[in-house]
Design a protein around this ligand. Structure first.
Ligand code: MCF
Ligand code: ZN
Length: 328
């Protein structure tokens, strides 16, 4: 079976970050919104480095202003994921962008996103779940409001809580209140760390926020004791190699530590993060990994099993997905 058609599980995808540039341009035109300087001459997203990427992300997101816009985005993103074999995807969603952290508006956005997701499940068989995500550089007070939105809507669709954004802004300990609130509401926890913040940020996410998964986490490789801890404790890394290479964390795919982490017994999974920003898809991630590390179908099978185990969905959904992985 070709890697492109393998059924895939994706645990780390930002919904706005998956918006095709043409989709964003179309909405901007419809609404007469000016978003200068975010595309290059070929119409791709343009950014200089990670911090510029965060600004471009927010500028692109500024065209998404209503629940209906998010419904259209969800449909477009899920069609693209399904075209690359994705059968289950978890997406980061933020009340910062969806209703300004007002619970009632947030519910309206979620309703629209869920309706679009249910339609995609009926047409393409792809299943979506949401991870509510405060944005680190917006600060801990806004994260508390976000956690309240998350707690109010925790359930079958909103199953997780995370944090993304500028890893060098503030300290993770200041977000502990928000994570405690989310945990008490029954949400499963993950945090972006070990990307721009280095290995200490992974320790902080584990010790201060008590997460079970880490978004990226790859810089743990710089600290052998931490690598052992991740392996022993079964912490799952949501690894996004194409994102790390595109943002300049590693110069080439072969320099990426995903294979070293896997060889040391760390549970790794594979995702695209913000696919059009990084010119990637799940099929491309698979192809480039196979090329760079000589990974065969057996390795991808192991990764898919790890991803399914680590997914933030209920047991019945997992059982259905498991059958689909097994009967490919
Ligand atoms: O994983 C990448 C790079 N590292 C950190 N954060 C983000 C990434 N893609 C999006 N983000 C952040 C960004 O601040 O997540 C937010 C964006 O505004 C969206 S979460 C719905
Ligand atoms: Zn991310």
């Amino acid at each position: 079976m070709s890697l492109a058609t393998r059924p895939k599980i994706e645990l780390h995808l930002h919904l706005e970050g998956a918006a095709p540039p043409a989709f964003v341009r179309g909405l901007a035109k419809e609404k007469s919104i000016d978003i200068p300087g975010i595309f290059d001459e070929r119409g791709h997203y343009a950014y200089a480095d990670f911090w510029d990427f965060l600004k471009v992300y927010e500028a692109a997101t500024s065209v998404l202003r209503t629940p209906e816009d998010y419904a259209r985005l969800t449909s477009a993103v899920l069609a693209e994921c399904a075209a690359h074999g994705v059968i289950y995807v978890e997406t980061f969603l933020s009340p910062d962008f969806c209703g300004g952290r007002d619970v009632s508006a947030w519910r309206d956005y979620l309703h629209a996103i869920r309706e679009a997701a249910e339609a995609a499940e009926r047409s393409d068989g792809i299943v979506l779940r949401g991870i509510v995500t405060p944005i680190r550089h917006f600060g801990p007070d806004k994260a508390k409001e976000t956690a309240l939105c998350a707690a109010e809507t925790a359930g079958e669709f909103i199953t997780g809580f995370g944090i993304g954004g500028d890893e060098k802004a503030g300290h993770l300990k200041d977000f502990a209140w928000a994570f405690d609130m989310a945990r008490e509401a029954g949400l499963r926890l993950t945090a972006h760390a070990g990307e721009w913040g280095g290995p200490q940020s992974v320790r902080d996410a584990l010790d201060r926020l008590r997460v079970e998964r880490i978004g990226h986490g790859v810089r743990a490789i710089e600290d052998p004791a931490l690598v052992d801890r991740l392996a022993e404790d079964g912490i799952v890394l949501e690894v996004c190699p194409g994102s790390n290479v595109a943002l300049g964390l590693y110069p080439t795919w072969r320099d990426h530590p995903v294979e070293k982490l896997r060889a040391k017994g760390v549970k790794v999974t594979v995702s695209t993060d913000d696919p059009p920003f990084f010119h990637t898809t799940m099929s491309r991630e698979y192809d480039r990994l196979a090329e760079a590390f000589d990974w065969d179908e057996g390795v991808f099978e192991e990764i898919e099993r790890t991803s399914l185990d680590a997914a933030f969905c209920d047991a019945a959904t997992k059982e259905t997905l498991k059958k689909r992985l097994e009967t490919r």
